[in-house]
Design a protein around this ligand. Structure first.
Ligand SMILES: CC(=O)N[C@H]1[C@@H](OP(=O)(O)O)O[C@H](CO)[C@@H](O)[C@@H]1O
Ligand SMILES: [Mg+2]
Length: 541
């Protein structure tokens, strides 16, 4: 065994001088320095599966919204969750071992540490997005899997959430918690049927234009559409644009969720009319934001905060109307990047509890798991809703006392099915938004009208060492470097409805600064001031 492990590592030598980190989104960097990482991830995935007695583990090759020349890889736990933190650390150590012999030694060390019987089966599901480097990197991963003697299933091109879906479905197959049929078709059938049932005869107004970021989401949505009711059958008219995967160099270029959210404008190719609903996916379709242009051609973004508030209010109504208000509570989980107006709307108007966690889906997911119904979204459009096992049980067993209660309960049950609970899923999320809008008979203007976003500004500052910036209170306050938070507080005091914070990015070598205030001018001014405080602090040795 040790010989083949070392051989696989030797075939894909680690480039000198690069330190890899398994971060918020797995390993992610320029694709041409990732071969060694992929081979070693194959080893780690096999060990993880064996440590869990042969449960299926997922490996997704993607760099999401990053430029086309980047790539990355992330591991998925059996229920479709993100990799356990302890294993993130082990993965990082493995990726940074210098020689093939070191790799083999560490492999055996981990096997001993976790008392892993190397003769138990290892099962791994792999998939990738549409990047040009994906097939080469898949080859490296497979070399690692074969060296470790793992059984693997290659699903080819998949969105990240499709991979999570298949992993969870494989591991729950034949149990009372069976999530779905563990195939691509099974995914479309599950979400297609749930969409139809959740609409329950309500007809979506107008059409939806979906920007696929020239990534894997476009063609997969085109496939999903075949399983949805047509417009004539009372379904939704969907136009898929920016779905050119033949030219992988166009991935995320001037399109996609990150472009729209960062630039606060529609992709230049957009040709839609006033008040037409649009949304943009990212490169691996685990993130979505909505937007439209009004009759004066002004752009309006409906981001992750908006999706969370819309969905929380809808679920709240359904719970009440089904007669479950005393049994089930709903909470919303956000990060510090959520607009203050959204937080306020959830607490004051929807009267729901808000939790704030550090940035990164895994933190939001963990916090949401503690709630009966946890609605979690990052402002940039990553998110979903999760239902606790007890809540699902209550919903399934509940006996409605009137036709109106039954009506609401049917919609609630179908909505549960429509939500990808393994992970935030742009395709499932966009269908969910459409269901809510159809039930409320709302267009984008009514949705936007629920509250008014505070003007805000997000910038980043390059410093010599971002790791000196340490935060507390869900990243909303700096504890290091000394005295910096005091300076930020002093600036925040000077503007109306001011709020600002600075934190080191987990995915880029920069410190991000967020500011919001009563007016655009004040928000931008505050962001500038805080950025210069950070810059000065970052320059000091
Ligand atoms: C402000 C912001 O949008 N941060 C993003 C970004 O994290 P940073 O740690 O801020 O670089 O990438 C993460 C992974 O995709 C995503 O979860 C998060 O929301
Ligand atoms: Mg993504």
């Amino acid at each position: 065994m040790a010989a083949s492990i070392a051989e696989a590592a030797r075939k894909h030598p680690a480039p000198e001088g690069i330190v890899y980190t398994y971060g918020t989104a797995g390993f992610r960097t320029k694709a041409d320095v990732l071969d060694s990482v992929l081979a070693r991830v194959g080893l780690i995935a096999s060990l993880r599966s064996r440590a869990l007695k042969g449960k299926w583990i997922g490996v997704m090759i993607t760099a999401s919204h990053n430029p086309p020349e980047d790539n990355g890889v992330k591991l998925v736990e059996p229920m479709g969750n993100m990799l356990q933190e302890e294993w993130e650390v082990l993965s990082t150590t493995m990726a940074n071992k210098a020689t093939p012999e070191d790799v083999a030694e560490y492999y055996n060390e981990l096997a001993a540490k976790f008392k892993i019987d190397l003769s138990t089966p290892a099962r791994v599901v792999v998939a990738r997005d549409t990047r040009a480097s994906g097939s080469r990197l898949l080859g490296c991963l497979v070399d690692g899997l074969k060296a470790a003697g793992a059984e693997y299933k290659d699903f080819g091109f998949f969105t990240t959430p499709q991979l999570h879906y298949v992993v969870r479905s494989l591991n729950t197959e034949g149990t009372k918690d069976a999530y779905g049929v563990p195939t691509e078709k099974g995914y479309y059938e599950k979400f297609g049927a749930a969409f139809k049932n959740a609409l329950k005869g309500k007809k979506p107004q107008g059409s939806l234009t979906v920007d696929g970021a020239n990534g894997v989401g476009g063609p997969k949505l085109t496939e999903l559409i075949k399983y949805l009711p047509t417009k004539e059958e009372g379904g939704l008219e969907i136009h898929v644009v920016n779905d050119n995967v033949i030219k992988p160099e166009s991935l995320n270029v001037d399109c996609g969720a990150d472009y729209v959210k960062t630039n606060q404008r529609a992709p230049p190719t957009s040709k839609v009319g006033p008040n037409d609903r649009c949304c943009s996916l990212d490169g691996d379709a685990d993130r979505v934001v909505f937007y439209f242009k009004d009759s004066s051609n002004v752009f309006h973004l409906l981001d992750g905060d908006r999706i969370a508030t819309l969905v929380a209010s809808f679920l709240g109504d359904l719970i009440r109307q089904s007669g479950l208000a005393d049994a089930i509570t709903i909470g919303v989980v956000q990060t510090a990047y959520a607009n203050g107006a959204a937080t306020n709307y959830v607490e004051q108007t929807l009267k729901l509890k808000v939790d704030c966690t550090p940035t990164g889906v895994k933190y939001l997911h963990h916090a949401a798991e503690k709630l009966d119904i946890g609605v979690y979204f990052e402002a940039n459009g990553h998110g979903t809703v999760i239902f606790s096992p007890d809540t699902l049980d209550t919903i399934n067993k509940h006996e409605p006392r009137s036709p109106a209660q039954k009506e609401a309960l049917d919609v609630l049950r179908a909505t549960v099915e429509l939500i990808n609970q393994a992970v935030g899923d742009a395709l499932s999320d966009l269908l969910l938004v459409e269901v809510v809008l159809a039930h409320k008979s709302w267009g984008v203007e009514e949705w936007l009208g629920t509250y008014t976003d505070l003007p805000n500004k997000l910038t980043k500052v390059i410093v010599s060492d971002r790791n000196i910036f340490k935060t507390t209170d869900a990243e909303r306050k700096l504890v290091k470097p000394d005295g910096v938070q005091k300076q930020i507080d002093a600036e925040v005091q000077k503007v109306r409805q001011g709020r600002s914070f600075a934190r080191a990015s987990g995915t880029e070598d920069a410190v991000r600064v967020y500011a919001e205030a009563a007016t655009k001018a004040e928000a931008e001014d505050l962001a500038r001031k805080v950025a210069s405080i950070v810059e000065a602090a970052g320059a000091k040795k």
